[in-house]
Structure formats: C-alpha cells, structure tokens
Design a protein around this ligand. Structure first.
Ligand SMILES: Nc1ncnc2c1ncn2[C@@H]1O[C@H](COP(=O)(O)OP(=O)(O)OP(=O)(O)O)[C@@H](O)[C@H]1O
Length: 269
C-alpha cells in the first residue's frame, strides 16, 4: 500500500516582485530561492517595508510574482488554497463585523466544507486566550483580541500550511509569550508547515526552527539561521546562553543587512 502523503514543503524558485512605479518600477523582492521543509516553522525577519508581506503574499498565491514560481508539494498555492490546505492571517485581521467570534471561526469551516469535532472551536478560543468571548462581535474586541480570533480562524480548518503576517503585532506582551509557547505545540503536533513574519527577534528564536533575515528593500536573504534549541521549547529557554547567542546572530544579521542596504542595483536588471 502506498504511504500516506505527508504535509507538503514549500519551494520558491527565483521568486521576485517589482511593483509598477515611475522610473522602471519598485523592486520589492529580489529573486528568492529557498526550500521550506514540511512541518518546519520559519520566521521571516527584516526591517519595516523591506518586502516581507509581499513575499508571504506571493507564497500564499495572493500576489502575482514578477518572476519565478512557488510550488507547494507538486501543487500551486492557488490549488492548495482552493482545497483549504493553506490558511493566511494578515496584520489587519478581516473579521466579519456582524458575526460573533464563534461565527467568524465557524465560517472558515463552512467555506472549507469541513466539520470539526464538538468543542473544537471552544478549545481553540481557549488556546488563543479568548475564552468567554465566543459570543462577542469583533467591534467589541481589542486589536490584539481580533488578531487572536483570526489565528483561531486559521487553525480551525487544520491547514497543512500556515502563513502568518505579524500574528502577534497587536497582542500584549504576556499573552504574546503564552501564544509563542502554546501555538507551536499545536502546529508541531499537526505537522503544519508554518511561515510567519515578525519584527521581534525574541519571538523568531522562540517560535521558529529557522530564521530568515531579510535586507532592506528589495528583500534578499542576509542570513538563514537554524534554531538549534529543543522542541518544545523548555520553560525559561529565553534566559539561556544558547538562546541569547541565537538572538544575537539574528540581530547582527539585521544590522549587517541594514548597513549593506538593499541591492538597489538589481532594480535595473
Ligand atoms: N500593491 C502595491 N503596490 C505598490 N507598492 C507596494 C504594494 N504593496 C507593497 N508595496 C510596497 O512594497 C514595499 C514592501 O512592502 P511590504 O508590505 O511587503 O513590506 P513589509 O516588510 O511587510 O513591511 P512592514 O514590516 O512595515 O509590514 C513597500 O515599499 C510598499 O510600499
């Protein structure tokens, strides 16, 4: 009997983006070629405006690349999205204002034509710290709570691929730490391939198996750093020398990228 297919990895080949603009266009992502292993969690870190979201959107199939391609296993991102194998959460979560938190999360199941076991939505809402808010409408939630509802909405369909754009940007520090510990446990258990954008070096090292540090626009990879810490991360891992060394490597790569600047010369190619 053939083996069950595992979750797919992601392969980006020469993926690049240039937006139309005066003077030959604005190069936002320089040709990007990387593989993301199935089941791994990767953080994309880089200065504001460098092209992280654009890169993530291209991988999600929501932005057409100017060059190059993305393959998820042997499918295109659009094909994976069409069968609800991929979930994306944006910086500004688009929840339907007339639906409750539960209604928003349940809608993702309906759209994906999936069912969840009884209690799944409540368990997810508890996981993201929204216990007691299932019946609340988005207008009565804080920005951070809306972001967490959006994360629950992403997780409920059990996607193979999770693409998160600054998922904890508006979340308070204490909750952020809790989520940084709890969510990776969930997606590791499911074998989800996860890519997330963050501005926080600590969050990147705490959550990811690998950190890609990007340069100022146009984004190019300055460093590709494996995070060699135990999984799941032990309590207090942030206080260890190994953690501090990894965080320092990421910070140093960010500084190096900033000093070198974007490769504006590529814009002419
Ligand atoms: N649709 C678009 N048309 C033209 N320019 C765009 C478009 N989308 C993004 N840009 C430009 O591309 C650049 C990169 O934007 P992007 O949102 O990818 O950066 P980012 O690294 O995610 O930034 P931040 O960390 O601040 O969210 C910016 O200069 C932005 O103005």
């Amino acid at each position: 009997m053939p083996a069950e297919p595992g979750p797919p990895g992601i392969s980006c080949a020469g993926l690049a983006k240039r937006f139309p603009a005066a003077g030959g266009g604005l190069e936002v992502v320089a040709p990007f070629t990387r593989e993301f292993a199935a089941g791994a969690t990767t953080a994309l870190v880089g200065p504001s405006g460098c092209g992280k979201s654009t890169l993530l959107r291209m991988i999600a199939g929501l932005e057409t690349p100017s060059a190059g391609s993305v393959a998820i296993g042997d499918e295109t991102p659009a094909e994976v999205r069409a069968r609800a194998g991929l979930a994306v959460s944006f910086q500004d979560p688009s929840l339907l204002p007339w639906r409750t938190v539960r209604g928003n999360v349940a809608l993702a199941l309906t759209l994906a034509r999936r069912r969840a076991a009884a209690g799944t939505i409540d368990r997810l809402l508890a996981l993201v710290g929204l216990e007691g808010f299932a019946g609340t409408r988005p207008g009565a939630l804080s920005g951070g709570m809306r972001q967490r509802a959006a994360i629950a909405r992403c997780l409920v369909t059990e996607p193979e691929l999770l693409l998160l754009d600054e998922p904890f940007g508006a979340v308070d520090e204490l909750t952020r730490r809790q989520l940084a510990h709890d969510l990776p446990r969930l997606w590791e258990a499911r074998g989800t391939t996860t890519l997330f954008v963050t501005h926080s070096v600590t969050e990147a090292v705490l959550i990811a198996d690998r950190v890609l540090v990007l340069s100022p626009r146009p984004a190019r990879v300055v460093a590709d750093i494996p995070v060699t810490l135990d999984r799941p991360r032990p309590e207090g891992v942030e206080l260890t020398v190994a953690f501090a060394e990894l965080a320092e490597r990421v910070s140093a790569a960010l500084a190096r990228g900033a000093a070198e600047g974007g490769q504006t010369g590529l814009a002419a190619q």
